[in-house]
Design a protein around this ligand. Sequence first.
Ligand SMILES: *Cc1c(COP(=O)(O)O)cnc(C)c1O
Length: 351
Amino acid sequence: MKIIKCKELKDKHTDLKFGKNFTDYMFMMEYHDGAWDYENACIKPYEPFVLDPSTSVFHYGQAVFEGLKAYRNEAGEVRLFRPMENMKRMLDSCWRVCIPQIDPQFAHDALVELVKLEKDWIPTAPGTSLYIRPFVIAVDRALGVHAAKNYIFAIILSPVGAYYAHGFAPVSLYVEEHYKRACKGGTGHYKVAVNYAASILASEEAEKRGYDQTLWLDAQENKYMEEVGSMNIFFVISGVVVTPMLAGSILPGITRKSTIELLKARGYTVEERRVSVDEVVKAAEDGTLNEIFGTGTAAVVSPVGSFGYNGKDYTVGDGQMGKITKYVYDELTGIQTGVKPDEFGWVERIV
Ligand SMILES: *Cc1c(COP(=O)(O)O)cnc(C)c1O
């Protein structure tokens, strides 16, 4: 891989607000003339794209992305968490919006090389990390809805602070009965840009009502829990861990998958099935709703303290972070940072 070096490098920022600062270098590869141009793929100084106003992604949203993290400890070791899972999911997403497939091993190796080059940017304080954002966009210079013939695959890096710098703050969710994020046969199962455009209005309205995030219900029956903005959702009811099964409209989170695998291996009962809002409301009312938590790369695990549905608010457990939520957080972050043994072989140490 070509690496185009620059002389002047930015200061390694100390401001670690999520997604605001980017490192010195980026990875980039183009697709043209019917093939990905692996030969001219390169790591180069971080710089803006110059794109024609007619560029297809601006109009029709043919775009996919991924999100994962690199962790560095005091000894300087750098770790990635299940990066090949992200590469595979990116290819699934590409397939759904007709973006040509990329060699997953090549994409993985490009990512590793970029992170190694930028390893000094990875903060080492507990809870901090380097957020990695691979993405693919359609860049045909033409209007008209069809699969583009030109694409850019790029990877950018952003150092991020501890999500829970001020202690765990349980979030409140608004169970959305009107707007829909995804339906069976749609794009909800894939990490494609259009899903997020579709969700913003509901998020804004939930925030105006005083809730932190939207909890989506299924589009067909308006009855079953699906997921939160950018997190999958887990319920602990009478000590049993329950999460909505993947049935086409839910994003298959890698943190979700890891949480299920971890809890099962540790002897917990985990059910993947349909979870109706009525079941959760009933559990909240009769005192058997022990915990709710979200899972996703950004927060790893996010405790839910309350939720609003149909004009009423319900408290989850005692409104604080639950025991299983805390356990999953400690175990997953322990494995990710190398503090706990990696018994599942999830971690790739790259430095
Ligand atoms: C990315 C994402 C998740 C979480 O996936 P992870 O692989 O765990 O980060 C969940 N839901 C949606 C809608 C997402 O975009």
